[in-house]
Structure formats: C-alpha cells, structure tokens
Design a protein around this ligand. Structure first.
Ligand SMILES: C[S@@+](CC[C@H](N)C(=O)[O-])C[C@H]1O[C@@H](n2cnc3c(N)ncnc32)[C@H](O)[C@@H]1O
Length: 274
C-alpha cells in the first residue's frame, strides 16, 4: 500500500468515526426501515460496512435524503392501517427518524403509549405541544372521528404543523395558537376554553418546553380543571415519581400514576384522574 492510499484510508476512517458519534440516532434507528439499515455497520450487512468508508458530508446528505423519503413512506403505511390498528414499534421508529427532530420529539416508548391510548379513547383529546404526536393522534384517533385539540405557543411551529397536516390530509386535528400566559406563580398556554369540548378523555402532555417555562407543565390541571373529568388519562412526558409538577398535581387532585422508563432511562407517566 502506498503512503497516499494509506493516509486517504486513515482520513476516511477518522471522518466516519466522528460521523458515527454525531449520527448516533441514525445508527440506532436501523431496525426501523430498510433504507436506514444501510447506515448501521453493526447489522453485519455488506452495505453497512461499505458506508463506513463514505466521507461524512456525503453520508450526511445521503442520510438526510433517505429520511426525507422515510417520513412520507411511514406516514402512508400508518394511514393504510385500519383506524383501530396500532402502528408497531418499527413503524413508529421509522416515522420518528424521518421527522428529524430528535431532541424535541417524544421517544418511541412514549409514542407507543400515545398510539395505544389514541386507538381506544372514547372522547376528545387535548394535546399540549404539537409535533410528531399530533400527526399520530390524527392518523389513529382522528380517523375514528375523535376530535383532537392541540395547543401550540410558537407561531412559526404552528404554521409548519398546520401546513404538514394539510399536505398529508391528516384528519380531526385543530391546532390552536395559544401563547404562554402569566397565571401568577406559573406560566401556561392561553387556550380558547369557550370553544373547547366540555370534557377531554385523553391528554398528551409534552409541552410547553420545560426549561424555558416557569412552572413547567403544572398549569394543565388548574387551567383545564373544568374540562378534565374523572377517568381522564394524562400521558405526561419527561417525568418521574419525584417530579415536582407531578407531586404538586397529586397534592391537589386525587389520581393514579403509573411510571414507564425506557432502556435509556427516559421516563414518562400515565396518570388517571379519579
Ligand atoms: C417537546 S415539543 C412537543 C413535541 C411533540 N409532542 C412531539 O412528540 O413531537 C414542545 C414544543 O417545542 C417546540 N419545538 C418543537 N420542535 C422544536 C425545535 N426543533 N426547536 C425549537 N422548538 C421546538 C414546539 O413549540 C412544541 O410545542
């Protein structure tokens, strides 16, 4: 081997090692869809090993293109299921990979719980914080005729979400621009209460953003109190048994929480109000 070839190989290998570190989610999404499989060298397929030698920039662009197609493809597959059929984990991972908003979207375990409840809930759904969950709620519950109300504080994100819902003809979802309002000792959305259903049966609570919102998600219970009856289930993301919001809720209202933790120790809870 000449020095030139040896140094080129070394350079390629180094760039691929850093690519693996940066695109760790892409590597982990490998079981989700066939196009993604080529990105995972651990699966032992020939293409996987080959792509280790593709320089970072080319690989990055290729992955982006693959994921651009994997999103509408996964979406079509979910839309082709019977409305009561729950999309499986592979399909959810495929949709999530194509969504390309890793740090801001619900993890797969949470999405699985969301679609399980969306497939059976008998009444209206309230969503706090729109995103991939809004799309799934529309595809699963919206197609069963269940109304979904989604609160979104960010106007730019609202516009992106409404145009996506329109483009993919996702039924049943009303997204409301609801700026965050100061309620005294916490901030929360300012929802159009007089237009909303009298009673929600399911709440998918993954907003407002925790780090930048004083009081985090606490406002759901006091602000929506009159619209949340007994037997309403709240799927609260990013929480655990010691979470201050949950402890405050439980001190103020009788409810039964159940905790979930995924393999990366990310936790969420389902809370059934008494
Ligand atoms: C945690 S996200 C909600 C995600 C949604 N439930 C999902 O699973 O995709 C809460 C809020 O973050 C904001 N958000 C979403 N993606 C964002 C991004 N890439 N950068 C900044 N804000 C984002 C939106 O305003 C959204 O309502």
């Amino acid at each position: 081997m000449t020095n030139d070839v040896a140094s080129l190989l070394r350079e390629l290998t180094e760039s691929c090692t850093s690519a693996s570190a940066i695109h760790v989610d892409h590597l982990h999404c490998a079981p989700c869809c066939s196009p993604c499989r080529i990105t995972n060298p651990n699966r032992g397929n020939v293409t996987g090993h080959f792509t280790r030698f593709i320089p970072f920039r080319i690989r990055n662009t290729t992955l982006s293109t693959i994921h651009k197609y994997s999103f509408p493809r996964a979406l079509r597959r979910i839309a082709s299921l019977a409305p009561t059929q729950i999309p499986n984990r592979d399909l959810l991972e495929s949709l999530r990979a194509g969504w390309e908003n890793e740090s801001w979207c619900g993890r797969t375990d949470y999405l699985e719980e969301v679609v399980k409840w969306a497939a059976v809930t008998p009444g209206p759904i309230l969503e706090c914080g729109s995103g991939i969950t809004t799309i799934l709620l529309g595809l699963v519950a919206g197609r069963r005729g269940i109304p979904i109300w989604s609160l979104e504080h960010d106007v730019n994100w609202y516009e992106r979400m409404t145009s996506l819902l329109h483009k993919h003809r996702i039924p049943g979802v009303e997204i409301c621009v609801a700026p965050l309002r100061n309620y005294g000792n916490y901030f929360w959305y300012d929802p159009p209460l007089d237009r909303m259903p009298a009673s929600f049966r399911l709440v998918v609570c993954d907003g407002p953003p925790q780090l930048s919102t004083p009081g985090e998600r606490y406002g759901l219970l006091p602000v929506m109190r009159d619209h949340l009856g007994s037997n309403t289930t709240i799927l609260l993301d990013d929480t655990g048994a010691e979470d201050s919001v949950l402890l405050r809720w439980l001190a103020e209202r009788s409810a039964t929480p159940k905790f979930f933790k995924d393999e990366a120790s990310h936790s969420f809870a389902s809370i059934v109000l008494d």
